[in-house]
Design a protein around this ligand. Structure first.
Ligand SMILES: Cc1ncc(COP(=O)(O)O)c(C=O)c1O
Length: 370
């Protein structure tokens, strides 16, 4: 290269990517604060997970991750769960991913061609739309019914008749908590055999509305369930998500992922977390108790709020949401302003942690909004 070579711009990417606004989450400057902004586990993982990481064998650092027994352990955990499984699962029906985000990305990559439609509801989890866009898919997002952010079942049925390629159903929905019973989800899927119905059950532990206890993937091969150890089990930083479905679907989605996308520490942590389900169950019970407490305080104090499924709720402060978000941050508490999101103007999403944490939140919120 000579000094006179003019600088040239970086090459363009695919047109879909050129148009894309990257999905960014405000993840900096959170350390040491009470993080009620991403629906994470606010206590951390089981001590058994911490121990598994501390005693992680050195010899496994230099080798590619080994996944032996992981799918089997997940199936055993599902079998032992309160609702159990109606039909036995085979390890080929479970795909492991670097978080459910990676699973969503892979599903859309594997199934969505440019010009296909991705059907979902609105407002919903923010990562479906950019994944559809990067694939060149059209997005049809049907608004939740008001009042109450009701899942727009009739409109979804009508839209399914147009044979979208993928339906993404977040159940319970983030951030509204709107929920569907398992038979409602399966009825939608049964009416649309040409559509892959992806049920994002990330927050299922807080409602119990999973399709897994009822679905038979042999006859409902178009259903794919997403689960994660990020939120309830507290492994968000390690990244571990699962997809459960018909082996043919799991295989196709697996074809677009790298062979070592899930790292060895996440695998070790997953085994320990799955073994200590009692810890996760205990955390879920604590969150539900704290949520009940916060709901009763908000009701008594006549704060406008919306709470349904999930470890989060929405509040509409009388002051601008962004200002309240900032004021809470200055007191060491993070929440998420919903400014700019359809139907959620003026709202804050508040993740639910322990009772003590929610009491701290309420002291700060009520002093700011008094
Ligand atoms: C509905 C929903 N799906 C998926 C994800 C991503 O989960 P993971 O951390 O397993 O990638 C989130 C995270 O906030 C979520 O809210």
């Amino acid at each position: 290269m000579t000094g006179s070579t003019p600088p040239f711009p970086p090459p363009d990417s695919r047109p879909e990517v050129e148009r894309l606004k990257g999905y960014s989450a405000p993840l900096e400057g959170r350390r040491g604060l009470l993080r009620l902004d991403f629906n994470e586990n606010t206590l951390g993982p089981s001590p058994k997970v911490v121990e598994a990481i501390r005693s992680f064998p050195e010899e496994l650092i230099a080798v590619y991750p080994e996944y032996d027994g992981l799918r089997e352990a997940l199936i055993a955990n599902l079998k032992a769960s309160k609702a159990s499984l109606a039909h036995p699962l085979d390890p080929q029906q479970v795909g492991v991913f670097n978080g459910v985000d990676a699973a969503i990305h892979a599903v859309i990559h594997a199934y969505g061609s440019p010009g296909d439609t991705l059907l979902t509801t609105s407002p919903t989890f923010g990562y479906y739309a950019p994944c559809a866009a990067m694939q060149g898919m059209a997005l049809e997002a049907i608004p939740h019914g008001m009042p109450g952010f009701v899942v727009p079942l009739d409109a979804l049925r009508t839209a399914l008749a147009r044979k979208p390629r993928i339906l993404m159903l977040c159940n319970p929905n983030n951030p509204t908590g709107a929920r569907l019973a398992a038979d409602q989800v399966l009825a939608l899927a049964a009416s649309a055999p040409d559509t892959l119905v992806v049920v994002d059950e990330l927050y299922e532990a807080f409602t119990g509305d999973s399709v897994l206890p009822v679905v038979d993937f042999q006859t409902q091969a178009n259903v794919l369930v997403l689960r994660s150890l990020a939120k309830t089990a507290g492994l968000a930083g390690l990244r571990l998500g699962f997809a459960i479905g018909h082996p043919g679907v799991v295989d196709r989605v697996g074809r677009v992922t790298g062979p070592y996308d899930v790292n060895s520490l996440a695998v070790a942590a997953a085994f320990a977390a799955l073994e200590d389900q009692a810890y996760t169950d205990h955390y879920v019970r604590e969150v539900l108790r704290a949520r009940d407490w916060l709901v009763s305080v908000l009701t008594r104090s006549r704060v406008v709020f919306h709470c349904d499924g999930g470890n989060y709720l929405l509040v509409w402060p009388e002051r601008p949401a962004d200002a309240v978000e900032q004021a809470l941050r200055s007191q060491g508490i993070l929440v998420r302003s919903m400014t700019g999101k359809p139907q959620l103007e003026g709202a804050l999403r508040v993740s639910i942690g322990t009772l003590e944490q929610m009491q701290r939140f309420w002291r700060a919120y009520s002093s700011i909004c008094a």
